[in-house]
Design a protein around this ligand. Structure first.
Ligand SMILES: Cc1ncc(COP(=O)(O)O)c(C=O)c1O
Length: 390
């Protein structure tokens, strides 16, 4: 039987970039001691206090259907958090609770794109972006951000791609590059959206991981609150990747329609997960800082090692849990370098090519293993690059 072209065509050629990740996973499953610096998953688990809140909620009976747009309490807590961080007035009417940021990305594009619409996103990109856009029947259009610009997109490039497009998806702090978009970059993005009547979908799932500079939510820029949908998540901020809980924040009329989408797709997020998320948010910024701290430490370890070599070029990541390393001096592509590192040293990193065309000749290193093991693996990686570049 024939399946829809929407589902069979959802993942395009970009899917190939994950071969290395699957190869590393197979090696781990076969008992090989691989150091996995691939995906954005913490090396700690969800805090026991959050799990206790989840347990209390479930045993207290919150195991039936929950409100589809989210519980009032959690929507209020997300609204308060967003308002406190951005200064933009935000109420529960602006908030839809979703099963994770990924679901919010899908819902946001579903809400603003019709069949065949052009939806812009920035290359390098988080791996699911093109498939998410195709999945709602829209056409993904990549706009390159360049290594020489520290992967900050240029407003002129966005403006050139914007005519006729419906939406622009941006991500700051950025996966995979570690860039935190400057105020000037965000002003340029906002102007393009205003000039070309675009929806802005702003993926801010790494907003608690900023090492340098400050995170500015573009929803807070003049004229943007009515055309911006912000994607948030508890995955990275609270090490709750497996709980599948996040949100969309946007104009109240859009959120009302998005609640209809939730009713017809997920039927909401489990109540006990929402209660656990509420508990976690009420713990405040202290817990968020604690969860982010290991990445800052490993970033410092990596920068120290990089400071003593010259085969690899890298910009210090300003945010998120990754480093993008330019390994072009080795003469290898990102894929070749990552393959060699895995085969020779059992260290798994992601080839830059997995994240678009712009980061070719780069590798992405996730700062996601314990410090001493990370330091050893990172030194090995840098030594291999040094030998190749010689
Ligand atoms: C940039 C970005 N957006 C969204 C997500 C989705 O996260 P989740 O669905 O776990 O909230 C991720 C996960 O790695 C990501 O890196």
């Amino acid at each position: 039987m024939k399946l829809s072209s929407r589902i069979t065509g959802m993942v395009g050629a970009e899917g190939d970039g994950w071969d290395l990740f699957f190869k590393a996973r197979a090696m781990v499953d076969a008992g090989e001691p691989v150091v996995e610096l691939t995906i954005g998953e913490h090396d700690i688990r969800t805090d026991p206090s959050i799990l206790a809140a989840m347990d209390r909620a479930a045993r207290g009976g919150h195991t039936g259907y929950a409100m589809m747009a989210g519980t009032d309490e959690l929507r209020d807590a997300v609204a308060a958090r967003v308002q406190a961080r951005t200064g933009v007035e935000t109420t529960r009417a602006n908030v839809l609770i979703t099963p994770g940021g990924q679901s919010a990305l899908f819902a946001a594009h579903h809400a603003v794109c019709d069949e065949g619409d052009r939806a812009l996103f920035i290359d390098p990109y988080y791996a699911t972006y093109p498939g998410t856009i195709r999945g709602v029947g829209a056409r993904p259009v990549a706009v390159a951000a360049h290594a020489e610009d520290a992967f900050q997109p240029r407003a002129a490039d966005l403006a050139a791609a914007a005519p006729g497009a419906k939406s622009l998806l941006v991500n700051t702090p950025n996966n995979p590059t570690g860039a935190v978009y400057s105020r000037a970059t965000l002003d340029g993005i906002a102007q393009v959206c205003l000039d070309h009547d675009l929806w802005l979908i702003s993926d801010e799932v790494y907003d608690t991981q900023v090492w340098d500079g400050a995170h500015v939510s573009p929803r807070a820029l003049p004229g943007m609150a009515d055309r911006t949908l912000v994607v948030g998540s508890m995955s990275k901020s609270h090490a709750m990747t497996g709980s599948r809980i996040g949100w969309l924040v946007g104009p109240a009329p859009a959120i009302r329609y998005l609640a209809n989408l939730a009713i017809h797709t997920t039927y909401g997020v489990p109540g006990f997960i929402q209660d656990a998320a509420l508990f976690a948010l009420n713990e405040g910024a202290g817990l968020e800082r604690e969860i982010a701290a290991p990445f800052a430490r490993r970033r410092a370890i990596a920068l120290d090692v990089l400071g003593r070599q010259n085969a690899i070029r890298a910009l210090p990541p300003q945010g998120a849990m990754y480093m993008m390393l330019d390994i072009r001096a080795t003469g290898l592509s990102g894929i070749e370098f990552a393959e060699k590192l895995l085969d020779t040293h059992k260290i798994a990193v992601m080839p830059g090519e997995s994240f678009g065309r712009a980061p070719a000749g780069h590798i992405r290193v996730a700062l996601t293993v314990e410090d001493a093991r990370f330091a050893e693996a990172f030194q090995t990686l840098v030594d291999m690059a040094g030998d190749l570049a010689r």
